[in-house]
Design a protein around this ligand. Sequence first.
Ligand code: A3P
Length: 283
Amino acid sequence: KLTDSEGNSFSAVVVKGIHLPPFPLVESNINNYDKFHAREDDVWIVNWPKSGTHWVYEVVKLLMTDREELTDTVKEGTMFPEACAVESLEKLPSPRVLDTHVPLKLFPEEALKKSKIIYTLRNPKDAFVSGYYHVKNNVGSGYDGTWNGCFDLTIDENTCVYGSWFDHVADWMEVLENNPNALVVKYEDMQRNLKKEVRRIAEFLGYPKSEEIYENVTKKCSFGHMKKAKKEVKSFWKPGGSMYRKGIVGDWKNHFTVAQNEKFNAIFNEKRNKLRVSVDFEL
Ligand code: A3P
């Protein structure tokens, strides 16, 4: 259990020194990654949690399948390898879309060499806030803490779920920087100009489309349409919880205290050179 500074806890499992959500068999799933067979047409969506996985997923699926409308359910037809046995991943037809939040050191090495990787980057202040609502509002975590308690756990590299945001980004950026099979997509750029990012993703994946299709994907992947069209897993959420919560840049300003902001900025300024990318805390 991870217990915050105010005494509220939620469950986590430590695998190779990293706290992970307690998915059934998460440890053996990750330890079995050496049996994972990467395919050249696999597409991975990788990020630190709450950085736009579901958003990029819908863009990718619309581009890859020629569908005009979103599928009903959340991330239909994809798998989350830390929560799935390697054998189930083998059974998925190509081209597979897989998504993971694991830090680089837990990622299957073969996939890094062979497959396409889209790394989604979101400013960590908003990702922290989004993560707070995720853990607080989902049924399984058992967490009933406050933003302040959750912030303390998340800013501390020893207690942060999926490891420190700073290490996650720095380690991934180092290997992806010169990898032609990798694309970095910023959540904030998607907010600024979704169609432009849709086109970048399509060209990167090798699925260039017409202007009309880019227009449609942009419309279908708007926050409002996704929130309305996607059926959420009811049993996952407490009343009011949602995977599509607010969908804005800057909600951190409604949550971070002055002291939290100073603490965060001090760490950010110390580590920013290692990140290799710029981070947009506002639009
Ligand atoms: P908020 O909690 O700040 O609203 P992930 O998919 O990685 O779990 O990230 C979830 C975050 O992405 C949530 O952020 C969610 O609202 C936001 N999101 C999902 N779909 C979006 C969309 N179409 N446009 C903007 N934000 C979106």
